[in-house]
Write a protein of this length. Structure first.
Length: 346
């Protein structure tokens, strides 16, 4: 098999991605991924693609081969297409809306079809240079070990933590570490730029943060992370829930569903305050293209508050975040972010 006509697609500190034509091989075009600096992310990416391929799930690019020593693996090329982010930044509201709903359905299919497969995934991942800790345990530990970063924000705005904050964080961390019936294989970075619409349908790209964790971790994309109209969030949520419910009985129970959404939303909102430094109080910077750090923080707080409303529990954490939100809104008057394709829906 000979490769020709290489095309550089991405060159970052973490990885290099090249498309190449194949002479005499089983597929006409392949994608080569070389992970340079972050071995864990590179191996998680490779393991995720190999896992889906072995299970026959055509939800991402098909894994073809890998060489750990070379830090290189090969994928089938999905062809050219538009990402969900490109649809949202376009002018076609119908295409953008349909793209988001299709993404929610795709995530539901991914999770429904990988419930209870943690042993199979671990066999693939640990056959590579093994991970010393499961990704869901890493997520839980980060939440607890960096509680001080949330307290730093409270001090910076002259607020105090509500009683029970630490206990609520521990409860959220326990669920992250042990999601029970919601444990599934997750993409881990379900951003609009990582969903590609191909002639065969939507496909997921880049599994660098993939692993077995709470299924709704991926649903955070529309629930919390990406600013979207409430109507569209509701449509994505019900589409995802219906798809996941085909295999997950817990997703059929309203109380379990609302608590699961609130739990992952709390974790992600606290994480954002752990990732960002209070210097944002003095200087706003870009968090994602077109979205500032201040806008992201306020959006996360508002969405988290909405998802917590129907849930009993987490009173200390809920009151702490409500106080933080009130103090930040006193300081900031940030216009909400609106995707170009969805302006008429706002």
């Amino acid at each position: 098999m000979l490769l020709s006509a290489p095309e550089l697609l991405k060159e970052e500190s973490r990885s290099v991605v090249v498309r190449a034509q194949v002479r005499g091989g089983p597929v006409p075009v392949v994608i080569l991924k070389h992970f340079r600096d972050d071995l864990v992310c590179g191996l998680d990416d490779q393991a995720g693609a190999e896992f889906l391929t072995r299970r026959g799930l055509e939800l991402g690019p098909r894994f073809l081969a890998g060489d750990v020593d070379a830090r290189l693996f090969v994928l089938e090329d999905l062809g050219r297409g538009r990402s969900l982010e490109e649809l949202l930044r376009g002018e076609d509201a119908r295409a953008a809306t349909g793209g988001l709903i299709a993404t929610a359905r795709l995530a539901g299919q991914l999770h429904a079809r990988t419930l209870g497969t943690q042993s199979e995934y671990e066999l693939i991942r640990q056959a590579l240079p093994p991970r010393h800790q499961r990704v869901r345990v890493e997520n839980a530990r980060f939440l607890l070990e960096h509680e001080g970063r949330l307290l730093r924000w409270l001090a910076a705005v002259g607020a105090q933590a509500a009683p029970g904050l630490h206990e609520d964080l521990e409860a959220v961390a326990r669920t992250l570490a042990d999601p029970g019936p919601f444990l599934a294989f997750t993409h881990g970075d379900l951003a609009p730029g990582n969903v590609l619409f191909t002639p065969s349908g939507p496909r997921l790209l880049d599994f660098e943060y993939a692993g077995m964790r709470h299924a709704l971790y991926d649903a955070l994309m529309w629930l919390v992370t990406v600013p979207l109209p409430d109507e569209l969030v509701a449509r994505a949520d019900i589409t995802y829930r219906i798809t996941l419910s085909a295999q997950c009985e817990a997703a059929q129970v309203d109380s379990a569903w609302t608590r699961a959404r609130a739990t992952v939303a709390l974790a992600r909102t606290v994480n954002l305050f752990q990732w960002l430094h209070p210097r944002v109080l003095e200087e706003d910077r870009e968090w994602a293209p077109g979205l500032s750090e201040r806008a992201a923080l306020l959006h996360h707080l508002a969405r988290c508050r909405s998802l917590l409303a129907p849930v009993e529990g987490f009173p200390g954490l809920a009151r702490t975040l409500e106080t933080l939100e009130a103090r930040l809104r006193e300081r900031w008057n940030v216009p909400p972010f609106v995707w170009p394709a969805l302006r008429e829906m706002e």
